[in-house]
Design a binder for this molecule. Structure first.
Ligand code: CP
Length: 333
């Protein structure tokens, strides 16, 4: 063996025996302790000496299917990298070239894939509840990679992980979630996770993009951005989802930028160490200016990096339950 080559070391993982979830469908259904366990498991993966290399054989012999019915860059790619780091086989399913085009249903599609031996199905679909529906029908563990405007749990987790990494705590942080809350699954997962961990969550945006019922989730609602960002520890900006808007919910992009765009002049009114976050894809020059997106307060690329460890943690934890229950993929039945 080449003497300079280092063998991967297993990360120093926390005790995961309390984890009992078979699927990861949202942060609404997780307890604060379960959320902390995912964050701590991801931290152990991040701190592992072997860093970016294949660092664990935990999922050797297992198959992860990325079943994406909507476009994705970050989520699909980082699930693939995460699964490979855990030594799983990964298959990327593309809905645009599949038999869905011939009328096959999402359930039949999932069953076809499962019959080829999947252990984990990572699903993104435009319908809220689609991952929960699949989880009741298939033998594989289902991970929700975004279901309509409902939840995007791994994005919420990687956002919270990044906040905790930089601020060393979540409890007591003032987190402003800014922009198109109405269409945002990222906002919902952030709200569930952050409020469970004791953060003060303020949502801000045009009245037309904030649902009336949101205060029921334990958040404060503000319509004035300059007021909202006073004393904020984190500003998590959301993309204006032009493709999901049925009608004009604000007068123009120019007006949105003036009222709710984050630029350097606005940032100067906030705390000097405020974290600027964005789940992506970023509409530069709309919700955020270039200098802020690429400036010293921005942790946008760090969020992407942390997404790999969060997805490793999610796959790892779900696998421990499958092993405990003696669950195998359909081909091994
Ligand atoms: N944040 C996020 O979900 O990005 P993708 O659509 O690129 O996966």
């Amino acid at each position: 063996m080449n003497e300079t080559m280092q063998l991967p070391t297993e990360p120093n993982l926390p005790d995961v025996s309390s984890w009992n979830q078979e699927h990861l469908l949202g942060l609404e259904s997780l307890s604060a302790d379960e959320i902390r366990l995912i964050l701590d498991t991801a931290k152990a993966f991040k701190e592992s000496e072997s860093g970016w290399r294949k660092i664990s054989t935990a999922l050797a012999g297992k198959t992860v299917i990325n079943l994406f019915f909507e476009n994705s860059t970050r989520t699909r790619t980082s699930f693939e990298i995460a699964a490979k780091r855990l030594s799983a086989d990964v298959v990327n399913f593309s809905s645009s070239t599949s038999s869905l085009k011939k009328g096959e249903t999402i359930l039949d599609t999932a069953r076809v894939i499962e019959a080829m031996g999947s252990d984990f199905i990572v699903c993104r679909h435009m319908c809220p509840g689609s991952s929960a529906y699949l989880s009741n029908q298939v033998h594989s563990a289902v991970l929700n990679a975004g279901d309509g405007a409902h939840e995007h749990p791994t994005q919420g987790l990687l956002d919270i992980f990044t906040m905790r990494e930089h601020k060393k705590r979540i409890e007591g942080l003032k987190v402003v979630i800014l922009g198109d809350i109405l269409h945002s699954r990222v906002a919902r997962s952030n709200i569930w996770g952050l409020t469970k961990l004791g953060a003060r969550v303020v949502v801000c945006g045009p009245k037309t993009l904030i649902p009336d019922t949101l205060h029921r989730l334990g958040v404060e609602v503000r319509y004035d951005l300059d007021e909202a960002i006073q004393g904020a520890d984190v500003i998590n900006l959301l993309r204006i989802q032009l493709e999901r808007q049925q009608k004009n919910l604000f007068p123009s992009i120019r007006e949105y930028r003036i009222m709710y765009g984050v630029n350097q002049a606005r940032l100067n009114q906030a705390k000097s160490d405020v974290l600027i976050m964005h789940p992506g894809p970023v509409n530069r020059g709309v919700e955020i200016s270039n200098d802020v997106a690429d400036g010293p307060n921005s942790v946008i690329t760090k969020q992407v990096t942390n997404g790999v460890m969060i997805r490793m943690a999610a796959l790892y934890l779900l696998n421990t339950v499958r092993e405990r229950m003696g669950k195998t993929n359909r081909m091994c039945d």
